[in-house]
Design a protein around this ligand. Sequence first.
Ligand SMILES: [Mg+2]
Length: 410
Amino acid sequence: MNARSRRFIVHIDIDAFFAAVETLLDPTLKGKPVVVGGLPHERGVASTCSYEARRFGVHSGMPLAKAHELCPQAVFVRGNHQVYQSFSEAFFRLLREYTPDVEEASLDEAYLDLSRCGHLYPSFSRAARGLKARIERDLGLAVSVGAGPNKILAKLATKKAKPGGYFEVEPGGEEEFLRGLDIEALPGIGPKSQVILRLLNVHRLGDLWGLPRASLRALFGLEGEDLYLQSRGIDARPVVTRVTPKSVSRETTFLRDIWDTRLLLAHLAYLCDRLTLALRQGCLYAHIIEVKARYSDFRTEARRRLMITPRQEMGDVFRIARELFLPLFEGSRLSLRLVGVKASDLVRSRPRSLFEPYSERGERLGAAVGEVRDKYGFGSLLTARERMLEPLYSLEKERGFVLKTASLTR
Ligand SMILES: [Mg+2]
């Protein structure tokens, strides 16, 4: 096979991202163990630890108290998601200068497919190394970079390159590279499966090759299928470039103008519910919530609010929408023919719960409600407020009308 017709995938990951940003902002932290996520006496877990902290056995996901016990001399920082977000944006902007085929795997992790840009790069390896140097120079953050013919090999190469290195799986070198890797390197492997495999004396990927596909399936179900493919470096997944939409909105034009505040708020709740469902499905968080009202005289007015912490949960979005909506309606003395709600200035990253301990419950509730609705339809679960709309809907259905709910994106 011609080397140029082979896919060239680069995986890039910022080392100890949050801790590295904190160190960049406060150079006195350099060389010290740093734990980001909260103060030692606080509840919650470490979100990132510097490599100096890792030497003491501290790792991300560990309760802060435990991290403090292992490494009392560490500097504990609460962290600032907004700052990390802006570093992340700069990171992806830079990557997109190299190719449009960039996948955002997380705030600090990306896949790039250079294959389409062969005409720009006489050597893909040199381009990947150049990219690494450029990021380190321009952002001041150390990155680990792996390259290979597909995503799994590139990701495993990055693991090998950590911290701060570059590793490339060259054509023909796949088997040798994979054979000696520990099974825990596989992204798809669960802790239970690891225990079982080790009992079977399977420690390295090469050992895993000895197990038939059917046995892996029987032992681990779909995960077993994944283990079979991953351990052999088989991965046809494309690099997925998702463009973050500019905005998501939901609005309703009423069949008859509405005057009743309670009914209007019920509609607003319903729209917010639909909107937050769309946000959740798109893994989107909004910095701006806007509410629109069109009066019986066709005048339209809107109000918006900017939030420093982006929101996705129904409870938050509805509370804000309600506050924006009430003065619009109550000041007008006119009935309404349309109500709409829009989320804009969208970001893809999840504001981690450790920065916002109170959102976690709402987020879990939202996810659970979303699951039920995916299965049984939107109407299967309604809030008390939305139930007010039920008679309206069934009435309209009887008459052969459908409530017009337009959804606009972008
Ligand atoms: Mg990272």
